[in-house]
Ligand binder design. Structure first.
Ligand code: AMP
Ligand code: MG
Length: 535
């Protein structure tokens, strides 16, 4: 473990790939380059709100070895360490189904890259000022969006979902003007910076931009760089060529499928699955107007910009993952030269997603294995959950408490349903009660069969369920409450919730209040139910 000043930066992205010749920081089109060198903006009064020690550990960083103020200066971009070479990446993207041209790191600045225990990490500030990719915006981030990004990055990691990480959250001491509701009433909000950490920040859109411009040499350079560093097992001594690129697409497809299956398992809705927000290594990336399903509703999206079409709603995510992969396949087509191997690679997506989904649903229901005819049981449950507003997280967590012994059949409907009542937002109708009890009868039989077949006990079943059905997720209103507490000066609020989210599958009796379903006041409150992209 080393102090901040001893981190050794290797910065291979800037050393191995072509960069922008101009150092001009004003927004513009950048051609022939994977990145532009930039200087983070100096903010007036950096203040650390939270640091994640487990992320510091990944970097080999000894948090005790330096002063908090120094850390705040560095992690907001005010002070650069020797070896840092800040840069913003050039990428494009399809936004809401349409090609949007150059996007790039408009409010993100990579400080530098370090290797620790043979693992390579990039440190990136989000909200540290203008870059050539800032377009019409200011390159800044506000507290509410930064709290949300910081907490969700870490919450997702602890849930077992591949994700970019977050090392720190800081206030800048400056205010930022934002029109939160896009209604012509902008207000000043506290500015903040998150230091994100990832193995790679390269996105699908990083390849699309070069393909769209016919910059095929650059496309190959970035693809080979990515293969060399992030997918070395695919090369194993081979030179990159059409076959390797197709295998690479299949691997990206598999990773994307696994990540999206995790989202479906935990009830996460990304909200802006544009191709610039899909990571080439399969991490969840860019936490903007994301949300967590409360009432189970496959159409639900937290993103107000998408309220009408619901392109990125919960249930649409698996299909959108494929749509995005097809854009990636088109982008790398010049490297392969024929469509067939790419089409075959894309088939992997559906196969892996179906496998993961089946295994996850079997585990969520407590079965030792997925069986072919479980499909019907699962579908009928998901249909039932849409019949009356039912909290997804609580329902699955509480299902482990349902008694599956044969005698239960003699209990009244109310007694059978008792463990699940906490999940309903309104008292369920008689129709829903009787349909649920009917479903529970089938579920009991299948659960007993699973236990008999595997030699497991009911306690094993409950353990299996509790390991995949989280008790604590970053409910939309919880994030908003933390934002409000910090705005009122309660700087410990972030760490308090982060502490709970570190153990999402454990019972934490003292934090029961963080496991409650959304209160009625939060149903329509901005920030608690829906969000805009304005951050
Ligand atoms: P998103 O979909 O939120 O990840 O952002 C889409 C694009 O807009 C990315 O290229 C961002 O860098 C850029 N962007 C978003 N907000 C800002 C901002 N406040 N300043 C500059 N660029 C931004
Ligand atoms: Mg983005």
């Amino acid at each position: 473990m080393v102090g901040l000043d001893q981190l050794e930066f290797d910065n291979r992205f800037v050393h191995e790939l072509p960069g922008d010749e101009s150092a001009d920081n004003t927004p513009r089109q950048v051609h022939g380059a994977c990145y532009s060198r930039v200087t983070p903006r100096v903010c007036s009064k950096p203040q650390l709100l939270s640091v994640a020690p487990e992320v510091a550990e990944l970097l080999g960083l000894d948090l005790a070895a330096f002063e908090r103020d120094h850390l705040a200066q560095v992690l907001t971009g005010n002070r650069q360490l020797p070896g840092m070479e800040p840069y913003a990446m050039c990428y494009g993207g399809h936004q809401f189904g349409n090609w949007a041209g150059q996007l790039g790191d408009g409010r993100a600045i990579n400080l530098g890259e370090v290797t620790h225990q043979s693992r390579h990490w990039t440190l990136q500030l989000k909200g540290a000022g203008l870059t050539p990719y800032s377009r019409h915006a200011d390159g800044l981030a506000v507290l509410r969006s930064s709290v949300r990004e910081y907490l969700c990055s870490e919450a997702m990691h602890h849930l077992g979902v591949p994700t970019t990480r977050a090392l720190s959250l800081s206030l800048t001491g400056d205010t930022v003007l934002r029109d939160m509701f896009y209604d012509g009433n902008p207000e000043y909000e506290p500015g903040a910076v998150v230091c994100r950490v990832a193995r790679s920040f390269v996105r699908f859109g990083s390849f699309e931009i070069f393909a769209s411009r016919g910059e095929h040499q650059l496309l190959k350079q970035l693809a080979d760089f990515t293969l060399r560093h992030d997918f070395p097992e695919l090369l194993s001594g081979r030179e990159p060529g059409p076959e390797v690129y197709a295998e690479w697409l299949a691997e990206v497809a598999a990773r994307t499928a696994r990540t999206i299956a995790h989202w479906m398992r935990v009830g996460f809705v990304h909200g802006v699955m544009n191709t610039d927000n899909l990571s080439i290594i399969g991490d969840t990336i860019d936490y903007g107007p994301y949300g967590w399903l409360e009432g189970y509703d496959p159409e639900w999206t937290p993103n107000t910009t998408d309220a009408q079409h619901k392109r990125y709603g919960y249930g649409a995510q698996p299909n959108i993952g494929l749509w995005n992969l097809i854009r990636l396949a088109n982008a790398i087509y010049p490297l392969v030269g024929e469509a067939k191997p790419l089409e075959e690679a894309l088939e992997v997506y559906g196969e892996i997603f179906a496998q993961c989904r089946a295994a996850d649903m079997a585990a969520k229901l407590g079965f030792a294995h997925y069986q072919q005819d479980d499909g019907e049981l699962i579908e009928s449950l998901l249909e039932l959950l849409t019949q009356t507003e039912t909290d997804m997280t609580l329902f699955f967590r509480q299902l482990a408490q349902v008694d599956i012994s044969p005698q239960t059949a003699q209990l009244s409907d109310a007694e059978q349903l008792a463990p699940l009542m906490a999940a309903y937002y309104q008292a369920p109708s008689h129709k829903v009660i009787s349909a649920t009890c009917q479903w529970l009868a089938d579920y009991r039989l299948r659960s007993q069969q699973s236990l008999a077949g595997s030699g497991e006990t009911n306690a094993d079943r409950q353990r299996r369920m509790n390991a995949v059905n989280p008790k604590y997720v970053l409910r939309n209103y919880l994030a908003q409450q933390v934002v409000e507490r910090v705005e009122e000066g309660d700087t410990g609020a972030v760490d308090e919730l982060l502490g709970v989210l570190r153990r999402p599958y454990d019972e934490q009796p003292q934090w029961e209040r963080y496991a409650q379903k959304r209160p009625e006041w939060a149903r329509a409150k901005p920030g608690c139910s829906t969000l805009s992209c304005s951050s």
